[in-house]
Design a protein around this ligand. Structure first.
Ligand code: SME
Length: 169
């Protein structure tokens, strides 16, 4: 998964393409990752950037809500073996039984977003999964951070070009 993500991020034309490719690689890593998505932090909300799986009603999540909000506030991975026993859980699907959320942290510690995975199997996430996802999060965070700084540094004409090309900000 890690080498696939590295390669995909190297060749991604836009940050949106990179995020999409990373979600695909993570989903392909484990058949138990039934819903795999990436949220990006916009102001005080996590906004769904790309996902594979059943449609979710939670396309925007406030930082004080859900397991997603908890991982962003704590800046740490949250693993929930039984979502129905966790009062923080925001339900996406009746089939979901366990969840892992891994924050995407910038080099200065800011939260850029997170990787969120739901499984239909209880306690689906192993320590190996967690380590692999944290490595993926590190790659994706540095990719998003450099895309972000390129957009900030770019002159207005170049920024206009990127916007019209539909690049995620
Ligand atoms: N279950 C999450 C909400 C997002 S869905 O899993 C896609 C939560 O409790 O924050």
């Amino acid at each position: 998964m890690i080498s696939t993500i590295k390669e995909a991020l190297r060749s991604a034309a836009t940050s949106r393409d990179g995020i999409r490719a990373a979600v695909e690689a993570i989903r392909a890593y484990n058949p138990l990752f039934h819903w795999t998505g990436v949220y990006l932090l916009e102001g005080s909300e996590l906004v769904l950037a790309h996902e594979i799986g059943r449609p979710t009603p939670h396309v925007r999540i406030a930082l004080d809500k859900g397991i997603c909000g908890a991982a962003a506030r704590e800046k740490a991975t949250v693993v929930v073996d039984d979502v129905n026993a966790d009062p923080r859980y925001l339900a996406c699907s009746v089939h979901t039984r366990s969840e892992i959320v891994v924050p995407l942290l910038a080099s200065d510690g800011r939260v850029l977003g997170e990787i969120d995975i739901d499984s239909d199997r209880p306690a689906a996430f192993t320590l190996d999964d967690r380590r692999a996802l944290e490595a993926a999060a590190e790659l994706l965070a540095s990719f998003i951070e450099s895309a972000e700084s390129e957009t900030t540094k770019a002159p207005p004409s170049s920024r206009d070009f990127h916007d019209s090309a539909g690049e995620a900000r």
